[in-house]
Design a protein around this ligand. Sequence first.
Ligand code: ADP
Ligand code: ZN
Length: 211
Amino acid sequence: MKIIFLGAPGAGKGTQAEIVAQKAGIPTISTGVILREAIKNKTPLGVSAQSYIEKGQLVPDELVIDILTERLSQSDCDNGYILDGFPRTIAQAEALDKMNVNIDKVVNIYVPDEKIVERLAGRRSCSGCGATYHVAYNPSKDGVHCNNCGKELTQRSDDKPETILNRLAVYHEQTAPLEEFYRNRGILCDVVGQEEVADTTSLTLKALGLK
Ligand code: ADP
Ligand code: ZN
C-alpha cells in the first residue's frame, strides 16, 4: 500500500499519516521531518535547506527528490509507505512516476485557511522524536513533554505568523494543483478535516477502505 497525504500545512497530514501507518504496519516518510533532522544535525543538506524553510518557501525539487529517492530505497519501504509532505509540486509528482512508484491512494485533507492559521500557531512538536501536538486539539499528557519520548515540546520556527501566511500562499500556488493531477487519475479521496483528531481518522480510514 502506497499512500500520499495531501493538504495545506497544518491540515493534519502528519498526525493522520502516523496513525494510519501504525495501523497498516508501514512507515511514514515525511520530508519535513527528514529536513528538520538534517538542520538540527547541521548536515550539508540541512545547511542548504534551512533558509528556504525559515522563509516558508519550498526546498528546491532536486534536493527533496534526492532525499526521497534515497529514503525509498531502504528495506522498510518494501511493503509500502505513507508519504507525508511529498510530493509538493507537479515536478515532484512526476519524479515519483519516473521512479515507477505506483501510488494506490491520495488522501486530500481539507481545512479552510482561517483554521490553518489558528492550528499552526498552536502547534507544538517534540524536540526529540518530532511527534506533533496542538495546545488545544491534541495536547500531550502534561502539555509540555512528549508522550512518546518525554522530551520537551517546542514551537517550530516556521510556525511564526509571518511565515505561516507565506506557507499558505506557497501551498495554494504550488501544491494545490496536485489535487487535479491525482483526481484525474481517479485515486484522490477528499477528507474534510474535523476538530477532533479521532474524527478525521475515522473519515480517513473509511476513505482508504481500512475500516
Ligand atoms: P507543513 O506541512 O506543516 O508545512 P512539513 O514538515 O511538511 O510541514 O514541511 C516544512 C517545510 O519543509 C516546508 O515549508 C518546506 O520548506 C520544506 N519541505 C518539506 N517537504 C518538502 C517538499 N516535498 N518539497 C519542498 N519543500 C519541502
Ligand atoms: Zn518525542
